[in-house]
Design a protein around this ligand. Sequence first.
Ligand SMILES: [Zn+2]
Length: 159
Amino acid sequence: MTVLPTDRFTHEFVDFIPADLDAGVLYVSLPYATVMHLCACGCATKVASALDPTDYAITFDGETISLSPSIGNWNFHCRSHYVIRRGQVRWMPAMSDADIAAGRHCDRRAKTARDELFDAPTPPRVTPENDTTPVGGHGHIRQRVTVAIKGLIATIRGR
Ligand SMILES: [Zn+2]
């Protein structure tokens, strides 16, 4: 059986996302703030989009649904990339690994600091104890000059 790509999505507002999804239907669950559909390429992979200020948003104009930003299924074998605008699928260029990494980086920055902890090491916080930046105090400078002079004397004596 040949599965054709989907170029148009209808929509269904549901409370619960059904287990079996029809191709070409966006299932919108407001209670769960989730949109599910089968990948538009026809690979039958279920694509879940969380509706969240830092994730996906839908626009319902009374007839059709738009979903933004683009759907990038780079975790799937097909690596499909498309936008759904007013129910129409607009195919986008496939992303390179570098684009994907950059995109993920942006996503990560948009998300909470807690999520960030799982993905990237957080730079250590600068506290007064470990702050090595010079502070404009006379005591500091005098101490540094003394250390420098002592070092110089040691060098001269060492010759
Ligand atoms: Zn696909």
